[in-house]
Each structure stands twice: as C-alpha cells, then as structure tokens.
Design a protein around this ligand. Structure first.
Ligand SMILES: *Cc1c(COP(=O)(O)O)cnc(C)c1O
Length: 422
C-alpha cells in the first residue's frame, strides 16, 4: 500500500499534487512519501514485535539523507556496504552502534572508519576479511564485533543478478565451512564473535527460500553454541519482495515473514536483525517524467520521455516491470493502445516497457513510474551527461527538494583538463 492516489483526477503524493511539484522542480524527478515509508517500517516492526529485534534498513536501496532521517526517527538502524553509506547513516542521526557493515570487499580504511565510529557489527564474508579485520582492530587496540555471513546454498528464485545465496555466488562463507572459520575467529585477539548473518537475495516473492535458509542458520547456531561460541544475534538479511504489478502480484506479507522468523529461529533467544531495503522504500517512491514525443515507428508507437535508463536502470538491468501511470487520470473506459515507453539515451536498452497498454498520453503530459523508491535514484548515473535526477520528499501537504538537480556547470566542473592540454 502506498500514498500515491488520484484525487479529482490528478495523481497526488499524499496531499501534494504531482503537477505542483513538476512545476517547481521540473522533470524528471523522484518523489517519496513519508507516510508510506513510515507505514512500511511500522508494519515490519510489528511483524517482529514479540522478538527482541532491530530493523537495519539497507541504505543501498535509497540513501537520501532525508529518507534515512525519516527512518532513523522511527528507531531504525542501518545496514551499510561502504564508508560512504556509513557516513550517510551517521549524518542522518543514526548512532554507530545501530549500524551493521556488510559487503564482500571492505577495505582496511573502511574497517578503521567503522571501528572508530562504534560500529554495531561487521558482517564478515570471508576468512581473508576476518584476518584483515583482526589486524586493523589489534592495531587500534579494540575488538571488532562480528557475525559471519554464511552462504546456505539456497536458491532464492529471483532474478539471477540479485540472487546471493547459492554456492556459486561471491557472497559469504559456505555454511559447511562456517564452524572452522568461527573457531579461527574465536582465537583472534581483535575479534569478538556476536552472531550469525545470512542474506540470500533480493525481491523474493516466496517464503520457502527464507525458510530453508533460516532453518540452516538455526542448526548452525546450535552447533556453534555447542562449540562454545556466544551467539547472541542473528542477522537474517533483507530481500522480501514487493508488488511491482499492482494488478496481479501479491508477495508474502511482513506479518507472515515475522511468523516464519519466530517459527524457525525464535526458540534460540537471539536478538534478531533484519535488513529490509526494497520493502521499506520501493513503493514509497515515484519517478515522474514528461513525454517529449510520441513517435510513429514502423508498426510501433514510441512514447519518448525525458527520463531515461540513467535515471531508473531497473528495466534495462533486471528486465524489471514498473507500472506506468498517467498523472492525469484517464477517463473510465478510455481506449488503451500498446506503446513502447523509452528514454532519450543512445542505447536500445533504454526501454522502460514494450507494448505497454496505455491510454493516449500526449507530448508535454506527465507520467509516473510506480515502485521506484528503491534502487531508483540510488542507482542513477549521469550517463549521456544527463544531470542526476532530483529527489523530493512529501509529508502531508508539505514537500521539499531533498536533493536538487545539479547545474550543467557543476557537472562539468568535476572534470579537469591536465596542464599539458591547457
Ligand atoms: C541488498 C542487501 C539488502 C537489502 O535487500 P532488499 O532486497 O532491498 O531488502 C540487505 N542486506 C544485504 C547484505 C544486501 O546486500
């Protein structure tokens, strides 16, 4: 559920009409709904209510400081995968002891930064990383709290590019090797074992892979305790999917996910950490664009927008579907015709949708991509020298630009011409 609805025939974000924002900000832009972010966080929080838990929002889904601050005020912790994301979490007001640090390639500099800022825990992804972290922590005279990210060899049944829990993926330590690595960790002066971590992929639309993974984690936890490790936290990762096609998709509800967590690992008495990203931010954002042309091709019609793959890469990268809504509500029973919705970038991959049945939308009119709040702006680039798309946050009847569109001058000023070319 979100808070982007038609009111008197005009699409609104909460109480603010989309054309009002477009007039002030220009298109394309992202717009996020505070009420939707809050609702999603609270639903997840309630789903785990009777377990000690911390929701560590995955910053990579949408790292805008205003989004992070909104969630921080609700009590969220954060899951970060780089020093940059760690800095975002801190800048948004999240204390270091609510930040977990994930990722396969943490550098020594990043480890130092995290330790200096009181990181809650490192989710360590290899024996090699463990050695490096031990060295950094000893050099700083501290102990680094760690959970080992285990790879349970479970098929998440999602898009191949966002499946992370199979043996062939680069993530984590094979669960069969985990006890050995924990034994090494326990002997390290710079390391303090606190838990077990798992994350099997993103946009999961079925609970069965979670169940398989969590059962393996429960089994491992008992074995580790028998080995003498004090396992007190379980980080179960993120990955719960959202409906991208409002009409016909119904992924599992957070409530059922919560029940599954209780059923599979609840008896262990651990503090539960979860790292949802998409579930919190995905349906809390729209990408709004203007139609530049309707182009009559040979046997096809193209709707050419001022937004492109550099602004929203999910269709090009993951063959993803986004519902596309005209900002002015079509009359009931309006004729729909198949069109290809594309951007101006010089790649055929710059196609948002093929043969999408849409009512007539003419040049100058606005369209909105739904479910664009996660992995939208966060993955945007300036490809084709298109300035980064701005972001707007709505709360009730107020809205603010929370990242402005850079000027062309700012974009060019980042490049320098070397002296020998001057
Ligand atoms: C990407 C990622 C997440 C968030 O995944 P969602 O599908 O957005 O919930 C959580 N944890 C880790 C380690 C990740 O890499």
């Amino acid at each position: 559920m979100d808070h982007f609805n038609y009111r008197e025939g005009v699409l609104h974000a909460e109480d603010v009409s989309i054309p009002t924002i477009a007039e002030q900000v220009g298109t394309p832009f992202y717009v996020y709904s505070t009420a939707t972010l809050t609702r999603h966080f609270n639903v997840f929080d309630q789903a785990l209510a009777d377990l000690p838990h911390l929701i560590c929002y995955a910053v990579k889904a949408n790292g805008n400081l205003a989004v992070l601050r909104t969630l921080a005020r609700l009590g969220a912790g954060m899951d970060v995968v780089s020093e940059g994301e760690f800095r975002r979490a801190l800048a948004a007001g999240v204390p270091g002891d609510k930040v977990v640090f994930s990722g396969v390639g943490k550098t020594a500099a990043e480890m130092r930064f995290a330790l200096a800022n009181g990181v809650r825990q490192f989710n360590v992804e290899s024996a090699e990383e463990l050695e490096a972290l031990d060295a950094v922590a000893r050099e700083m005279g501290v102990r680094a709290p760690i959970a080992l990210r285990v790879n349970p060899d479970v098929d998440a049944r999602t898009h191949a590019k966002i499946a992370t829990g199979k043996a062939e993926n680069k993530f984590g330590v094979p669960i069969s090797a985990a006890r050995q690595v924990y034994a090494r960790a326990a002997a390290m002066e710079g390391i303090e074992v606190v838990g077990v971590d798992v994350h099997i992929g993103s946009q999961l639309t079925d609970l069965a892979p979670f169940e398989a993974a969590f059962r393996k984690v429960a089994e491992l936890t008992e074995a580790l305790r028998a080995d003498g490790h004090d396992i007190r936290r379980l980080d179960l990762g993120g990955g719960l999917g959202i409906p991208y096609r409002q009409a016909n998709e119904a992924p599992p509800l957070p409530f059922d996910y919560g029940a599954l967590v209780r059923r599979t690992v609840g008896h262990l008495g651990c503090e539960i950490e979860v790292e949802p990203g998409r579930l919190i931010a995905g349906n809390a954002g729209l990408l709004v664009a203007s139609v530049i042309y309707r182009k009559q091709g040979e046997g096809r019609e193209f709707l050419i927008l001022d937004a492109a793959m550099n602004d929203l890469i999910r269709p090009a990268m993951y063959d993803a579907w986004h519902d596309i809504a005209p900002v002015i509500e079509p009359a009931p029973g309006a004729e729909r015709r198949p069109v290809d919705v594309v951007g101006p970038v010089c790649e055929t991959g710059d196609t948002f949708a093929r043969d999408r049945a849409l009512p007539f939308i003419g040049p100058g009119e606005l369209v909105a991509f739904r479910s664009a709040g996660a992995y939208g702006a966060a993955m945007a680039s300036e490809y084709n020298s298109r300035p980064l798309v701005p972001e707007v946050l709505v709360d009730g009847d107020q809205f603010a630009v929370v990242r402005r569109r850079p000027t062309f001058e700012e974009m060019l000023a980042r490049d320098t011409i070397p002296s020998w070319l001057a």
